[in-house]
Design a protein around this ligand. Structure first.
Ligand SMILES: Nc1ncnc2c1ncn2[C@@H]1O[C@H](COP(=O)(O)OP(=O)(O)OP(=O)(O)O)[C@@H](O)[C@H]1O
Ligand SMILES: [Mg+2]
Length: 257
């Protein structure tokens, strides 16, 4: 195994000295892995993502990015917001350039890099549009292009497709998978959608609340791209579904199919 790109070491987090939201969370993520965090509302998924990104301080424990302790946010690990976070007065092109302005690249290099990633998400012909002229799915693709243009090692995604209809979500899940396999970046994805987690992730961490803990880890031993109607897919779907309703196992498990 190579050096983990992300190491979460026994982190505990509370807000304003109240009871802990996260308790003793520990895991490693290898470069190029896709991790999905699944759990009921309020179990601490966004808080965990914010701690990993350096947007929130932990009470104890630490997060390391490629061996270095995370103190503040950095461009090596970027967050993709659920509401896309696009600036409405800037064109699509200028929104994608946002994260790389001031990076020391020449103006031409910035333009070219933005164009490259817009091409990758299939929106190069909409570069001069304003965000309000695009559909929700297109706006999310601009946000993905903007995150990719920074060329981070890790992308944190908090319910990135939650606001989109089923067809757009399937389309973007597929697009994200293709880009991830090409670019080999590491993704930590928060989702409420069990199918999305099974479709995209190498490992799924199931969290339980009060305080938020990693209750179970499931390794998905299926090649990608995955078929949602496949029997292995159904197996994992049932396994996770049961987890939220009936079972109370604590140990990490690994399923080899
Ligand atoms: N800034 C904050 N100040 C105080 N409490 C907070 C803050 N952010 C989150 N919390 C609390 O921490 C707990 C976990 O919240 P968090 O947003 O991490 O959950 P979540 O798993 O992402 O939920 P959801 O699925 O609804 O997005 C909740 O009880 C929430 O009220
Ligand atoms: Mg959340």
């Amino acid at each position: 195994m190579s050096t983990p790109i992300v190491s979460v070491e026994q982190i505990t987090k509370s807000y304003n000295g109240t009871s802990p939201v996260l308790s003793n969370i520990t895991f490693d993520i290898q470069p190029g892995e896709v991790i999905a965090l699944l759990g009921k509302s309020g179990c601490g998924k966004s808080t965990l993502l914010n701690c990993i990104g350096g947007f929130e301080e932990t009470d104890s424990g630490r997060v390391r990015l490629d061996g270095q302790q995370v103190i503040t946010p950095s461009k090596r690990c970027v967050m993709l917001m659920q509401n896309y976070g696009l600036l409405p007065w800037r064109s699509v092109q200028k929104n994608v350039e946002l994260g790389i302005e001031g990076s020391g690249l020449t103006k031409q290099a910035i333009t070219e890099r933005a164009q490259h990633y817009l091409q990758m998400v299939g929106l190069h012909d909409r570069a001069s549009s304003l965000p309000s002229e695009l559909s929700g799915g297109m706006q999310q693709r601009v946000a993905i292009a903007r995150a990719l243009a920074i060329q981070p090692e890790v992308i944190l995604m908090d319910e990135p497709f939650g606001a989109l209809d089923t067809f757009t979500r399937y389309y973007l899940q597929n697009e994200l998978l293709q880009i991830q396999q090409r670019e080999k970046m590491t993704i930590i994805l928060v989702t409420h959608d069990i199918d999305e987690a099974i479709y995209l992730a190498d490992r799924i961490f199931i969290m339980k609340p009060n305080p938020g803990e990693i209750h179970k880890e499931i390794s998905l031993k299926m090649s990608k791209p995955r078929d949602r109607s496949d029997s292995d897919f159904q197996h994992y779907r049932e396994l996770i579904f049961n987890e939220f309703h009936f079972t109370n196992m604590k140990s990490p498990i690994e399923f080899n199919i």
